[in-house]
Unconditional design. Sequence first.
Length: 129
Amino acid sequence: MPRARIDETAGRAAVRSASVALAARAADPSAPPPVRDELATAVRYLLQCLSDAAPGKSVEVRVPPFGAVQIVEGPRHTRGTPPNVVELDAPTFLALARGDTVWGEALAEGRIQASGARSDLSALLPVAW
């Protein structure tokens, strides 16, 4: 059964709220972290937008513990570990999806774990949300 879609208004509000909280925390480590539910909704909404922009099943994008999607046309994966996997934390995913950082920089800094020939998502980022 497909997961329920996140409403655009709620998704956009969560992205804005989580982004503000992450920026405040980056500027001042003593600032409170984003509200977990808002961060989860922001990640899931942006994954939903990414999936809409690049439908397919050849690359799995994981943002633990909040969500994962399969995207990009190509050979379909059905069992076991997918051959093309991208895994990153929520702050990095939000920064990439919003265009606040670029793929190559985050990859070079070790904030992205990517494997497989199709795992370079730079052409799909930032995400239109």
